[in-house]
Ligand binder design. Structure first.
Ligand code: IPD
Ligand code: CA
Ligand code: CA
Length: 236
């Protein structure tokens, strides 16, 4: 069990690390950054790694015994296994590599197997989405509430496509069905922000197949705390 003082200390670290990493990404956005391929279309830039190092250093300095799961490199179980930081240092890498200005940093903290807090920072728009479980969800200092629209024909929804060919094909099927039933679909290439946009009522819903824990850890809590529901495809 963590007491609320621990949670607010962790929140402060998550917030400052996300903001610093976000600013670092933004400063380097239009520089020729080194890009390499992890798969056919899956990229990693030198800035994914630089942002991850910055965040991990922040956490290690304050909480040397915590466990960390970060997308690119850091996968360490600390002596305190009850607390795990789940980090996407740059969500929206393809956007970033192409100079498309939509990307963010996502940091979630799991305590005893449940996400306890999350911060998603978009440095381009200087928007910080955050939540501590039980205390609501916020965009900077404004409290968030999901949209009340329930009729699909009035809804703007979002989706994303993972890098796996099979998942892409399967999602195209859902894509065409939603396209015919909703007001529109957006595919922004940044799952953590897609979730936060649901929390903010900008999107009425979001779905994706094959997300990784670091894509959704913070964003899913932010949606729930804004009054939204998170489910698997079977509705559970
Ligand atoms: C990706 C983005 C994208 C989503 C993919 C993710 P990355 O994360 O969030 O929108 O569709 O599933 O892997 O690679 O930019 O961190
Ligand atoms: Ca991601
Ligand atoms: Ca990433």
């Amino acid at each position: 069990m963590q007491d609320s003082r621990d949670l607010s200390r962790m929140y402060e670290v998550a917030e400052s690390a996300a903001q610093e990493a976000g600013r670092l990404l933004l400063e380097n956005l239009h520089r020729q950054v080194k890009v390499s391929k992890k798969g056919r279309i899956d990229l990693v830039t030198e800035m994914d790694l630089a942002a991850e190092n910055l965040i991990v250093e922040h956490i290690r300095k304050r909480f040397p015994d915590h466990s960390i799961l970060a997308e690119e490199k850091e996968k360490s179980s600390g002596s305190n296994q009850a607390v795990k930081w789940i980090i996407d240092p740059l969500d929206g890498t393809t956007n970033y590599a192409h100079g498309y200005r939509l990307f963010c940093v996502s940091i979630g903290v799991e305590v005893d197997g449940r996400i306890a807090l999350g911060v998603v920072y978009d440095p381009v728009n200087d928007e910080r989405f955050s939540s501590i479980r039980g205390s609501g969800a916020f965009l900077n200092d404004r409290r968030l509430q999901v949209s009340a629209r329930s009729d699909l024909v009035d809804c703007l929804v979002a989706t994303g496509f993972s890098y796996e060919e099979d998942a892409i094909r399967r999602n195209l099927e859902f894509f065409s069905r939603f396209m015919l039933r909703t007001r529109g679909i957006r595919r922004d290439g940044c799952a953590a922000l897609d979730l936060c946009y649901v929390a903010a009522g900008r999107f009425d819903g979001f779905w994706e197949l094959s997300l990784n824990p670091w894509d959704a850890a913070a964003g899913a809590l932010i949606v729930e705390e804004a009054g939204g529901a998170i489910t698997r495809f079977n509705g559970e």
